[in-house]
Design a protein around this ligand. Sequence first.
Ligand code: CS2
Length: 492
Amino acid sequence: MRLSNAALASLAARAAGKVVVPAYDRASLAPGIVHLGLGAFHRAHQALYTEHALRAGDHRWGIVGVSLRRADTSEALTAQDHLYAVDVRDGTADSLQVIGALIASLVAPQSPAAVLDAMTDPRCHIVSLTITEKGYCRNPASGALQFDHPDIAHDLRAAAAPRSAIGFVVRALALRRAAGLGPFTVLSCDNLPSNGDTMRALTLAFARETDPALADWIELEAAFPNTMVDRIVPLTTDADRLRVAKQLGADDAWPVITEPFSQWVIEDRFAGPRPAWERAGATLVGDARPYEQAKLRMLNGAHSALAYLGSLIGYDTVDQAIGAPAVLNFVESMLRDEVEPTLSRPALATYRAELFARFRNTALDHRLQQIATDGSQKLPQRWLESVRANLKSGAPTERLAFALAGWIAYLGGHDETGRTYAIADPLADRLTEAVRATLHADAADAVRTLFEIEPIFGRDLCAHPRFVAQVARHLAAIRAQGVVKAMDAFAV
Ligand code: CS2
């Protein structure tokens, strides 16, 4: 039996009280939210907060999910009335919930007009985004819109059938303005610094290029709150599908797997109405940036360090890597000594302890290679902002330099046991070429060559000889002795 509206009534797990299912009338939901980027993260995070509002009786907030590229998730969910299970796992208090908030899904390349129709529906008040860092088509170091990005160049030429999220947002806002409708709130839920401000600047840069009066209207009327989103969501595997089907008593082609922890901090400045997400545990604030910065530099910064150093050693998952005492000691001291001093969020030591407990979750099977993807888009906000702050204040940068050396070594494409892996990154060609060209060169030459890649390192970091020398020294040690031995430099 496949999961569906009809199947809900007869779910074996429901009868046994083992699963929560939507008890409201799904047919009555209005399409109040259009979400761009129908990945697992959205379905395990924002959709759950919205589900809470629907269960409480506010039926304005059905979600229309949009896949900007692939059709697979949409096809799988369409065949099951867009119901899916969220499997919360930590090895002890596991729980299963079927979510009904998603009411439709669209595949943008197949029907851009249908996506624009959904975004210009007068009942749509919020367009949220989880399109990953690279979906913003920006220069990761400077934050500027990449006008030469193929999708942006296309959308400037063919505005009526956009490809990029920014192209869709600008076109939909133009159509709403022409129709005399108000704008929607644009809610970025990606791991970018000041994600709302970032999206706003990119949207305005694009709109200015095509229609300055539209840009003025967006500037005045639309809202782009910053958000901090946090929940660890590994990729769903076939083993997950089998386990969920067994527990549920029905087949779910795309369940999502996640941890018990969830956090959402949102700036409370919307252009129109919004769901009462705070009743589901979201924190509405005036300024989300201290939370966002701490989360990016600590959780995501530690994640990336674990991903590159752990993969090099030969580990597959986060819990394996953090289980190695040398790795734990290194990442812990990196956060404590070189990241936390750059932050203003309160209770950082408690936050750090919580992070490590989450990383130890053995029921998630969170793959390091998932986190290792798109380093060029992630490292500027995860590591390099802390590096810059410390270079300015005179604080230490040794551990961040070591993590960077680990990333450069990781770009070699094989771990210390000889296993090879692919480098998944929009700048993969440039990165692997730079690493190949300097493999037998002096480590300092290798570091300088990498640091000249402006979209990642800007123009300032290669001009810090002390920092370049630190990274080079650690790269030489990692190459000569391997990661764990090289970490002896930090042993307590
Ligand atoms: C991870 C994040 O894949 C990655 O880069 O660091 O997806 C991380 O799991 C989430 O941001 C946690 O909130």
